[in-house]
Design a protein around this ligand. Structure first.
Ligand code: COA
Length: 438
């Protein structure tokens, strides 16, 4: 458990000589995954990072693809450009992995210390296995459980709530929460109703058990499945399995009733914010920064600004540059808010989102760690990079061992099977994943 003296204002010498930026990577006696917690536990966000593809698609670029205009998109949504994973090697897992590495780097926590990885996504690498497991392998997080969470654009806030629960129950010391999407792969680029809205990206935070009061103090989760068809990818699951017909009819693309989603969003964004503040024992005046789901500027204006009367300077918006990155939008915005100096220890933050399901979610956070992160020194960066190379080698080794067991017959007299291909060096694009090496 991260000790109280190791968080804001602390000047305690570090046990491993890693310097004052090391807010974690130092567990204290008395807290364990299996045993009962020895004192009050809190779930603190101690690391953060994001990754977006380099390819920018502007509204003017979209004018060349569908019948739309920069003016329409900007006035109806606030979006000016978005990032798109145009390189096939760039996937939900590579973006999530890069963001996760950065979060661990900020926290200065080794991947082997992570107990649980939750990857929220609606554009997973595959139906199964989970994208979280693929990221776990890429990180070399050998002691972590991993699963994907499906709650669409609300998913990151759902996952934060799960992380808090695991930590408060004493089941985990470090939980990595990732929101990652490549929705550009599910968008119909001939449908102007949807293709102008979405973008790709990933954000991650490391949540740690701490004795410092604060952290993720309350959450509010909601769902109304009667609105399931308002925002949906109809085909590809068990209800409508993929077929030539589903592909030719475009039913594997995102379908949306924009107006209905808009009305729902405006209502739940303010209701969920009020509910989570009540749970946390806070009023809107206590809030220092709201980080809303970055879907549409008019939704933010009509809910958080108008209904809750929270002033504009207390609401962080970056959707003009990324569009709606679904579950990744809140952690990406958090990272940019931190970079812009808008988050300080002691601040009260609200994360609030909505999405397909229909779902909504809000978390109230009392921020506790310094945000003026120092650059890692050369030795630490090199060691970290070596760790990721070792993780790739370990993954390859395990696949090779599995292949040998498959090929070699149980009968010692028999001959080895020649029909089973040896594992390739890159079965996933993860070896080429960027990030974590800067
Ligand atoms: N470019 C130009 N015109 C467009 C357009 C586009 N990209 N998309 C729609 N239009 C047209 C419509 O066809 C319609 O034309 P019509 O009046 O001739 O029928 C007109 O613009 C108005 O469409 P409307 O649907 O009323 O616009 P709107 O003000 O509701 O804005 C959305 C549309 C999608 C931007 C808005 O409804 C929205 O943001 N909804 C929420 C979506 C969302 O956040 N989804 C993700 C949830 S996580």
């Amino acid at each position: 458990m991260v000790d109280a003296t190791e968080l804001p204002g602390a000047s305690k010498a570090t046990s491993n000589g890693s310097g004052p930026e090391s807010a974690a990577d130092k567990t204290t006696a008395g807290s364990t995954r299996s045993g009962a917690p020895s004192g009050p536990r809190y779930a603190q966000i101690i690391g953060w990072g994001y990754e977006v593809p380099s390819k920018v698609i502007t509204n003017h670029d979209l004018e060349q693809i569908v019948e739309t205009s920069d003016e329409w998109i900007r006035t109806r949504t606030g979006i000016e450009e978005r990032r798109v994973a145009s390189d096939p090697q760039e996937t939900t897992a590579t973006l999530g992995l890069a963001a996760a590495r950065k979060a661990l780097e900020v926290a200065d926590v080794h991947p082997s210390k992570v107990d649980l990885i939750i990857c929220s996504t609606s554009s997973p690498e595959h139906i199964f296995p989970s994208t979280a497991s693929i990221i776990q392998d890429g990180l070399g997080a050998t002691n972590a459980g991993a699963f994907d969470l499906s709650a669409a654009c609300s998913g990151f806030v759902y996952a934060l709530s799960m992380a808090r629960g695991h930590i408060l129950a004493g089941d985990a010391e470090y939980v990595l929460v990732i929101g990652a999407e490549t929705l550009s792969r599910l968008v119909d680029w001939t449908d102007r109703n949807t293709c102008v809205l979405f973008g790709d990206g990933a954000g991650a935070v490391l949540v740690a058990a701490s004795s410092v009061p604060g952290g993720i103090i309350a959450s509010e989760l909601g769902s109304d499945g009667s609105g399931a068809d308002l925002l949906i990818v109809p085909a590809g699951g068990s209800a409508i399995p993929p077929s030539l017909e589903t592909v030719s009819s475009g039913n594997h693309f995102i379908k949306m009733d924009g107006k209905a989603v808009f009305r729902f969003a405006v209502r739940v964004m303010s209701d969920a914010t009020k509910a989570v503040l009540a749970r946390a024992g806070l009023s809107t005046d206590d809030v220092d920064l709201v980080i809303p789901h970055q879907a549409n500027l008019r939704i933010v204006q009509n809910s958080v600004l108008k209904q809750l009367r929270i002033p504009e300077e207390k609401v962080f918006v970056n959707l003009q540059r990324y569009g709606n990155t679904s579950t990744a939008s809140i952690p990406i915005a958090l990272c940019e808010a931190i970079k812009a100096g808008k988050v300080k220890p002691g601040d009260h933050l609200v994360f609030v989102g909505f999405g397909a399901g229909l779902t909504w979610a809000a978390c109230a956070v009392q921020w506790s760690v310094p945000t003026d992160r120092q650059e890692a020194d050369w030795w630490r960066a090199t060691r970290r990079q070596a760790g990721y190379q070792a993780a790739a080698a370990r993954s390859m080794w395990r696949r090779a061992v599995r292949w040998v067991y498959q090929v070699w017959p149980d009968d010692p007299e028999g001959s080895p099977r020649r029909d089973i291909e040896p594992p390739k060096e890159r079965e996933t694009p993860l070896n080429g994943a960027r990030g974590g090496d800067d």
